[in-house]
Ligand binder design. Structure first.
Ligand SMILES: Cc1ncc(COP(=O)(O)O)c(C=O)c1O
Length: 388
């Protein structure tokens, strides 16, 4: 048989998905692995969607490729309220199959063989693999852990070459739970302008920050908009992970190219999901505060439980999203440690190496699950640690 495409063979199997597969053979494993909010579909969305399935004649059909016009218009209004950005709903937005679909189309459009893409690491694993799939070269620039995962501008500056095409900013961050300061984002924008780079933002957790910190979107900087592709998601904020709907905002010239890839790979985001997103955006928002309150409590809980394991873990308190990325105080590779936790303690975690070289020696813990899951997982980790 002839060989598979090298660009596919070069991609690693996602450890975020591999660990749950291993865990499916471990009876009663409890998960701090994948970041799936535990909440059920909000009742309002459920009700409106059922009505729409009965009444909307076109709900079973493809929508226009860039998305339902009404949804695009509502998103544009929402972004104007939250970021002050003016977005043309006809020319600058595409509804995608989740943020991941938007990222995939964007990276495939911008990155080609040997292009370098600056990834501030630990980086969200699909950013790395999607750059590799586009035959680009991820350039890993470690964030400064002891300073709450802050970018190191000297190192970033010295890593920029003629081949650098883009940088990807994940804010709030999966896997570290850190958020970038506005001033740092402005510096990144300046660097991009000076060096003619595209900026791709992944703002999946834009709504989820803690301690009165606010997410700053680069969409708020008009001067950067001609080189900015911002990717958003409905998955986490509205508990719609399975619906697969997100969107990208990009200047018309770039979006027209991205749309070619979107059409060939997707045709359109699922129409019923676009309706769900519309109801999510235009309906009552009170449950989002409740979700956030839950995440706040879970963050406190997971930090308290980590504090009881100071000999094993050292961590930075998350300021956004629902992940914490503790350093393991053992001489053990992160994959080996995660496997040990799975097989000896029955706890699913994601090895830090999934997020680039500087993720080694860490594990990612998600606190998207319920408090009782977090407690069970940590009871087990404590027992495991006592034995060790
Ligand atoms: C940073 C980040 N980007 C993108 C995604 C995928 O989002 P979506 O469900 O919208 O594709 C996730 C999911 O965990 C994520 O954490």
């Amino acid at each position: 048989m002839k060989d598979f495409a090298k660009r596919v063979k070069d991609i690693e199997v996602s450890l975020i998905r591999y660990m749950p597969v291993l865990a499916s053979k471990v009876p009663d494993a409890v998960s701090l692995g994948q970041g799936i909010p535990s909440f059920e579909l909000p009742e309002y969305i459920r009700k409106k969607l059922i009505e729409a399935l009965r009444s909307q004649k076109d709900i079973n059909k493809y929508s226009l490729e860039p998305g339902l016009p009404i949804l695009k218009e509502e998103i544009v209004k929402y972004l104007e309220r939250t970021t002050a950005a003016k977005v043309n709903p006809e020319k600058e937005i595409c509804i995608t199959k989740g943020a991941i679909g938007g990222l995939f189309c964007t990276i495939s459009t911008l990155v080609e063989r040997k292009d370098e893409v600056i990834l501030l690491t630990p980086a969200y694993e699909p950013h790395i693999e999607q750059v590799k799939f586009a035959e680009g070269k991820p350039v890993f620039i470690p964030l400064i852990e002891s300073e709450g995962w802050k970018p190191d501008f000297e190192v970033i500056n010295s890593a920029i070459t003629k081949r650098t095409k883009a940088t990807i900013i994940c804010d709030p961050s999966n896997p570290t739970g850190s958020i970038f300061e506005k001033e740092d984002l402005e510096k990144i924008a300046e660097l991009a302008q000076e060096n003619d780079l595209f900026i791709i933002t992944d703002e999946t957790y834009d709504f989820l920050t803690y301690d009165n910190k606010k997410h700053f979107s680069l969409l708020s900087l008009p001067g950067i908009r001609d080189r900015l592709i911002a990717c958003f998601s409905f998955s986490k904020k509205y508990a719609l992970t399975g619906f697969r709907v997100g969107y990208i905002i990009a200047p018309e010239k770039i979006l027209n190219e991205i749309l070619k890839v979107h059409d060939e790979s997707t045709i359109c985001a699922p129409t019923p999901s676009q309706y769900a997103a519309l109801f999510a955006l235009t309906g009552p928002q009170d449950y989002i505060e409740k979700f956030k309150e839950e995440f706040r409590k879970r963050r406190e809980l997971i930090c308290q439980r980590l504090d009881r394991l100071k000999d094993l873990f050292e961590y930075q308190k998350p300021m956004g999203a629902y992940y914490v990325f503790p350093k393991i105080k053992l001489k053990m590779k992160s994959l080996e440690f995660s496997k040990k936790l799975l097989y000896e303690a029955g706890v699913i975690t994601i090895p830090g190496i999934a997020f680039g070289p500087s993720g080694e020696g860490h594990i990612r813990l998600s606190f998207a699950g319920e408090e009782k899951e977090i407690n069970t997982a940590f009871d087990r980790i404590e027992k495991f640690w006592q034995k060790l």
